[in-house]
Design a protein around this ligand. Structure first.
Ligand code: GLN
Length: 495
């Protein structure tokens, strides 16, 4: 019998609806699994077992009483620690927010609680979501369940490690330049970055406000679609939340790809530094799409190559502005100083890690008088050119595809001393972040080292239904098994 911790969220929902298990049993099984194996992974910053069991007991009571329950009733869920949770420590992976307890829930958290998803804990992340490996967490790195010597990707590294390990079937990540998609690719999961503005940013601790977007991480496309439906929707508390609702996702998931036009991004598949195993699996997946009836064509995004340069000016600029609020007065850490200025300087010196400081400095420089036009404004012009590239490509294509990341999961420590090498991991994910359009990663197989490879599927704004439909068609054709395996995997080591 499949253990409860390897069931999909929808599988668990069926068991719960048939009353074959209780929500308390489901949640307890996941908490036990976390207790037994998270020591190898460090996916969680904190586990909220007591509250989780109390919520599960309430769900069980309502099921028994015939009272209404939400669409995710009884399903365990992990939250990236960038999301504010009322009364529960929310650190964003930073010492500067250590022991900060928000007085409110992020809108996403509120919606998911209302859907009766059971929050079991907060997951580790790169500090303020800046990073691609989870090694920039101020607390500890998280390990990849497929190979414990490798990174899970980042910045949503704890969320993906938890889902891949079976600690939870569902988790929330956030994506500014790839932080849902790249870690999903590194751990054999489905990760979706929705259209900018469809998921509320209220209570999502800001890194780069014009790019940040929360989204679902799951082991199946269908689970990701359910989670996205539950978490999205207009929010008057977020001024960038769009009034349009995301079109229904679940109704068209099984519609197949027959007649759809799929554009293969020429520049991405031809990039130097693309690992052979990644290229092979992605090319095979694209061939399968053609065999399933899609019309596969080549397209060009001529300005996408400038995406990394533009992003690493725009995101740090917004970060330097957003992070100015951590002044030792309003939140978290405060260090002593003889004057207010000395206190603030000491607090920021002690509270922020090296990567965060690097970004604050780059961003402050890019926004400063005399350099603003040459850096920040220029980067914004490049952003517009990339947006136009996507518009042109989508005149011909329903979706675009590429590898999610140029490599599979790298080893811990491999890139920490070379920020540029780390930034280059985002080369394929950044363009759609700059364009604000939806994009996702789907696992399409393993490379020769037995590590998962992700295919990125990109769609026009609000076209999540067609994106998920392509993913679902390919998922059911490929039959990828998301259970981590291999000599150094969690499954072997914890056995
Ligand atoms: N790796 C990218 C960065 O460091 C993206 C991070 C993210 O999407 N939050 O900025």
């Amino acid at each position: 019998m499949t253990p409860l911790t390897r069931h999909s969220a929808m599988g668990l929902r069926q068991l719960l609806e048939r009353r074959e298990v209780s929500a308390v049993e489901v949640v307890q099984a996941h908490l036990d699994h976390i207790a037994a194996s998270d020591g190898h992974l460090s996916a969680f910053l904190r586990v909220t077992g007591e509250q989780a069991l109390a919520h599960a007991a309430d769900v069980d009571r309502r099921i028994t009483a015939g009272e209404p329950t939400g669409t995710l009733a009884g399903v365990p869920l992990a939250l990236k620690d960038v999301l504010a949770t009322r009364g529960i420590e929310t650190t964003c992976g930073s010492k500067i927010l250590e022991s900060y307890r928000p007085p409110y829930d992020a809108t996403v958290v509120r919606r998911l609680r209302e859907a009766d998803a059971i929050v079991v804990g907060k997951t580790n992340m790169d500090e303020f979501a800046m990073g691609s490996s989870c090694e920039n967490s101020a607390f500890f790195p998280t390990r990849n369940p497929w190979d414990l010597e490798r990174v899970p990707g980042g910045s949503s590294g704890g969320s993906v490690a938890a889902v891949a390990a079976g600690h939870v079937p569902l988790a929330i990540g956030t994506d500014t330049g790839g932080s849902i998609r790249q870690p999903a690719a590194f751990t054999g999961l489905v990760g979706v970055k929705p259209t900018y503005g469809t998921v509320s940013r209220y209570g999502l601790i800001a890194f780069a406000s014009s790019l940040d977007q929360a989204g679902p991480i799951a082991r199946t496309v269908t689970d990701a679609a359910w989670l996205l439906e539950a978490m999205s929707g207009h929010d008057p508390l977020d001024s960038t939340s769009i009034p349009e609702a995301l079109p229904g996702l679940r109704g068209t998931l099984e519609a197949g790809v027959d007649g759809l036009r799929v554009g293969v991004v020429r520049e991405f598949l031809g990039t130097d530094g693309l690992q052979a195993g990644v290229k092979a699996r992605v090319t095979e997946a694209i061939d399968r799409l053609a065999e399933l009836g899609a019309d596969v064509v080549e397209v060009s995004l001529p300005h996408a190559v400038y995406g990394v340069s533009a992003y690493y000016l725009i995101a740090p600029s917004e970060c330097s502005s957003n992070l100015s609020r951590y002044d030792g007065v309003r939140y978290g850490l405060r260090c002593d100083g003889s004057t207010a200025e000395a206190m603030m300087a000491a607090t920021r010196e002690a509270g922020f890690g090296a990567e965060v400081k690097r970004r604050i400095m780059i961003g402050t420089y890019a926004l400063s008088a005399g350099y603003y036009d040459a850096y920040y404004a220029q980067a914004q012009r490049v952003r517009t050119l990339i947006l136009r590239d996507f518009a042109a490509a989508h005149e011909r294509c329903d979706v675009l595809v590429s590898p999610t990341a140029p490599t599979t999961a790298f080893r811990l420590g491999d890139k920490v001393s070379d920020p540029l090498a780390m930034y280059l991991n985002d080369v394929f994910t950044i363009p759609s972040s700059l364009a604000g359009s939806p994009a996702m990663s789907l696992p399409v197989g393993l490379d020769d080292d037995g590590l998962p490879v992700g295919l990125q599927i990109m769609a026009p704004v609000l076209c999540e239904p067609v994106m998920l439909r392509v993913a679902r068609a390919l998922e059911s054709d490929l039959g990828f098994d998301p259970a981590p395996r291999g000599p150094n995997s969690l499954t072997e080591v914890a056995a």
